[in-house]
Design a binder for this molecule. Structure first.
Ligand code: SF4
Length: 218
């Protein structure tokens, strides 16, 4: 097998800011816990995600994630690039138990890195226990993504927080830790401290990114 020199981790994007690294997968096909709401509202099915280089990159990432050397290569890159914060899956999700276990192994091997991810794979019976293990790690921040279709999970492991995707004005989610809104709702002012400040109605929202906000990963 030939050595692979292309990197798995990218650094920064408009939402994350310049310092957070990320690893991404093709959306929908890697999202076994997806709901009709999230599939229809998914930002990863629009805009730049439709460009061929982006699609090719995500397909390549998916292939790499299935290789036996994936864990070893991510760990090596974390160390060589001096990664401080790593978000798994700006696009895509934990698509199988075996793949989720790879991320658990990566997290365990890198206790000084801060990992965070949002996932609907908590809806998949054999992936949920792996998420519960991740949530026990000091270096991991695990968010269960929920919406009007999924409802609130019956069981929420210690350390897991809830991020709700609002698609309708009349939705009034309770007991969530974070609220994301689809673009057409973002002009409305709502008095909720859980609202992602990057999605607020004011011009100031443009200056907020995950690097300077820190709410989801600190
Ligand atoms: S709440 Fe902050 S850290 Fe979380 S997604 Fe929004 S901007 Fe990023």
């Amino acid at each position: 097998m030939t050595a692979c020199v292309r990197g798995l981790l990218l650094q920064g994007n408009q939402k994350l800011g310049s310092s957070i690294h990320h690893f991404d997968l093709p959306a929908v096909v890697t999202c076994p816990g997806r709901s009709p709401v999230c599939e229809s509202a998914c930002y990863c099915r629009r805009g730049r995600y439709l460009f061929k280089p982006v699609k090719d990159r995500l397909a390549w990432n998916y292939d790499q994630s299935q290789r036996d050397d994936f864990v070893k290569r991510v760990i090596a890159e974390v160390r060589s690039k001096g990664v401080i914060v790593l978000r798994a899956h700006c696009s895509g999700d934990l698509y199988s138990k075996a793949y989720a276990e790879k991320w658990l192994a990566i997290m365990r091997a890198c206790p000084k890195v801060r990992f965070y991810l949002y996932t609907r794979s908590h809806r998949i019976d054999d992936i949920a226990p792996v998420l519960a293990e991740m949530a026990q790690l000091r270096q991991a921040r695990i968010w269960y993504s929920i919406d009007g279709d999924t409802g609130v999970p019956a069981s929420i492991p210690p350390g897991v927080r809830l991020a709700y995707l609002q698609v309708g004005e009349d939705e009034q989610p309770e007991l969530v830790d974070l609220l994301f809104r689809v673009r057409r709702l973002r002009k409305k002012r709502i008095p909720l401290s859980v609202l992602c400040p990057n999605e607020g109605p004011s011009e100031k929202a443009k200056d907020v990114n995950c690097g300077n906000c820190r709410k989801c990963w600190e």
